[in-house]
Design a protein around this ligand. Structure first.
Ligand SMILES: [Zn+2]
Length: 354
């Protein structure tokens, strides 16, 4: 099953945010899949069809879902006049001198605060993709052609991520769908630092509600060894008392030029994730399937990892087969991918499934 809905894709330029994100990325994937998408891994559902399929009504993501993950103070800011400041911070739109940074509000056609509705819709999309993957009718597979906000930390947004939609989805599954163990397999070029922090805090009783008995989330992140966060010190100090960045349970930093070892290191990491789960099969795996490790990605900050198209597809097939052999449902979130060719890795992966 594929979840695709152009109406929830954030066209950053409309809000004055100048990022090289091709608005047509998801549409291009669907166009290129063509007939292939009508059988497995299809069908392609939009948000309305997905809510109908799952029997959901009203707002899928409520404030209480965010409160399960982020600090009270931060959630209060998001739902008040503090929202604008939090958006400026999360999207890094003001530099250290207080000047706009790749931010051109004079060219915006929408107020920046309107972006929050899109972010909530994408969060709903990620959660519903997981809920769909739990259903036999989906073949226990759902690919969401949007989403991927994985940098947001306990009390602050970061790295273009206002809220951590991955952990919000995972915790909602545990609270409402009888899910106990979740794996997060994050292959975005940028490390899944926000997800790692939130899971660590939940395990250690710091901040977010701790895991219920028998529940856990295990995180794997394979990413550029350097280059993210852009300025670790600034990020750590962005709030008083900030915790330093916390590694994922399985942390795989890849050095520049070591791309040939990427697949074997990922495979080792998947086995390690399995051992961490102590023989308990996860109820679901969420894959943060960034295309920004692709060699033709246009974002400067993802340039230190340059996988070929074949390596990107091999990466996804390795994860897909690993999970399928173990009958673990999988929800794939498209995540990072910048520039005119960012549609290619997810598209070629999905085509290969046909
Ligand atoms: Zn990324």
């Amino acid at each position: 099953m594929i979840l695709f809905d152009d109406s929830i894709v954030s066209v950053f330029r409309d809000y004055g945010i100048m990022l090289p994100i091709a608005a047509s990325r998801a549409q291009k994937i669907v166009d290129h899949l063509g007939e292939a998408s009508f059988s497995f891994p299809g069908p392609v559902l939009d948000m309305k069809q997905m809510t109908d399929f799952l029997g959901k009504t009203g707002n899928v993501i409520e404030r209480s879902d965010i409160e399960r993950v982020h600090s009270v103070e931060y959630v209060n800011a998001l739902f008040s006049d503090g929202l604008l400041g939090e958006l400026l911070n999360a999207y890094e739109l003001i530099d250290a001198d207080g000047k706009p940074n790749r931010y051109e509000p004079e060219n915006a056609v929408q107020p920046l605060s309107a972006l929050f509705d899109k972010i909530l819709a994408q969060c709903a999309g990620s959660y519903m993709s997981c809920a769909a993957a739990l259903r036999a009718e989906s073949g226990h597979f759902c690919y969401f052609l949007a989403g991927g906000n994985h940098h947001a930390r306990y009390d602050t947004g970061a790295g273009f991520c206002l809220i951590n939609e991955i952990i919000i989805a995972a915790r909602k599954l545990q609270a409402e769908d009888g899910i106990r163990i979740v794996w997060i397999i994050d292959v975005d070029a940028h490390k899944g630092c926000g997800s790692a922090e939130l899971v660590s805090f939940m395990r250690n009783g710091k901040g977010p509600a701790p895991f219920e008995k028998g529940c856990n989330i295990f995180t794997l992140s394979i990413h550029m060894a350097h280059g993210w966060p852009l300025d670790a010190e600034t990020l750590s100090n962005s709030r008083p008392g900030r915790a330093p960045l916390i590694p994922s349970d399985v942390e795989i930093p890849v050095e520049q030029g070591d791309e040939s070892c990427y697949i074997s290191r990922l495979e080792d990491g998947l086995f390690k994730l399995e051992r961490l789960s102590s023989g308990v099969k996860p109820d679901i795996a969420i894959i943060v399937d960034g295309a920004d490790p692709y060699e033709y990605d246009e974002l400067l900050s993802s340039a230190l990892l340059r996988l070929s198209l074949k390596q990107c597809v091999d990466r996804d097939m390795l994860i897909y087969n690993f999970l399928r052999e173990r009958k673990i449902p999988s929800a794939w979130i498209m995540a990072g991918g910048y520039g005119e060719r960012a549609w290619e890795p997810p598209c070629h992966f999905l085509k290969k499934l046909h």
